[in-house]
Design a protein around this ligand. Structure first.
Ligand SMILES: [Zn+2]
Length: 113
């Protein structure tokens, strides 16, 4: 998995994505020009900004975006999912259930100790 820069306009997470870029510098330049063109300053809610989206190569329907970390009763995944299991055992079971939806059992590696 890699992350590609995108430019979004607006203040909120679900605001409109405008474009996807291969290189962060281009995305930042695009956002700057977009804001300049419209006269948007730092305080404008509609201004464009750079965010990052996971990007997967052909043949990878999101599988490579899941790496689990377990810290006691808490687990987290590189996809952003995280939860509190109550105990380390329950935390491991929750993490295993999460990853089972993404990665075929035959390809799963053991959860980290
Ligand atoms: Zn995940």
């Amino acid at each position: 998995m890699q992350h590609l820069p995108i430019v979004c306009a607006g203040e909120y997470d679900d605001d409109k994505p405008l474009a996807v870029f291969a290189v962060v510098a281009d995305a930042e330049r695009y956002a700057t020009l977009y804001n300049l063109e419209r006269g948007y300053g730092l305080e404008d809610g509609d201004r464009a900004r750079v965010e990052h989206l996971p990007a997967y190569p052909a043949g990878d329907p999101g599988m490579s975006g899941h790496e689990i970390t377990i810290r006691g009763a808490h687990w987290s995944c590189t996809c952003g999912r995280a939860d509190w299991g109550g105990s380390e055992q329950d935390s491991r079971e929750q993490a295993a259930r999460h990853i089972a939806h993404w990665i075929p059992a035959a390809e799963q590696v053991a959860l980290p100790a």
